[in-house]
Design a protein around this ligand. Structure first.
Ligand SMILES: [Fe+2]
Length: 149
C-alpha cells in the first residue's frame, strides 16, 4: 500500500466543493495554478497530512495515518480502517471518512470517545478502484491514506 500524496484543501475535498473555492482558499500562488493535481499537491502537508507529507505534524504519522485492510469476496468488499490513537476528551479521533477514487464522499463513521476505539468497518460491495480513508484528529487535523480494490 502506498501513501496518498494528493494535495487537497481539507474542507473542499471532504465535502466536495469545486476547484474555484479551493483556489480562493489557498491564495494567489494557488490561484495561478490551473492543474488540479498540482494545486492539490501544494496543500499536502499543509492542510491535510499523510505519512509522506506530515508537514508541521512530523513525528505524529504512526498515531494518525489510518491503517487500511480490504477483504474481498467476489464483489463483496469490506474495508476496515484503524487509527492507532488514544481516545480522551482532550485528544481523540473524531471520525473516519471514505472517499472514492474521484475524492467524492462515500461514507463516514463518527466515534463516541466514551465507547469507541478509532476503528471502522465499511461495506462497499460492488466497488472497484481506489479508496481513500481520512482520519480526523481533533488536534492534529486530517490524515489520509489509500487502498486499491
Ligand atoms: Fe492527534
Amino acid at each position: 500500500m502506498k501513501n496518498h500524496i494528493f494535495q487537497l484543501n481539507r474542507r473542499q475535498a471532504l465535502i466536495g466543493s469545486g476547484a474555484a473555492a479551493l483556489a480562493a482558499a489557498a491564495g494567489p500562488a494557488f490561484a495561478a495554478t490551473t492543474n488540479m493535481k498540482d494545486a492539490l499537491r501544494m496543500l499536502a502537508g499543509k492542510v491535510f497530512y499523510s505519512t509522506d507529507q506530515p508537514g508541521r505534524w512530523k513525528g505524529k504519522e504512526a498515531g494518525h495515518s489510518p491503517l487500511i485492510k480490504i477483504d474481498k469476496n467476489g464483489s463483496d468488499i469490506l474495508l476496515r480502517a484503524a487509527t492507532q490513537h488514544p481516545m480522551s476528551p482532550q485528544h481523540h479521533i473524531v471520525k473516519h471518512i471514505i472517499l472514492d477514487g474521484e475524492l467524492n464522499f462515500m461514507k463516514e463513521q463518527m466515534f463516541d470517545l466514551t465507547f469507541d476505539m478509532p476503528r471502522s468497518r465499511f461495506e462497499l460491495n460492488g466497488y472497484s478502484g481506489r479508496l481513500y480513508v481520512v482520519s480526523m484528529c481533533n488536534k492534529h487535523d486530517n490524515w489520509i491514506n489509500w487502498a486499491d480494490v
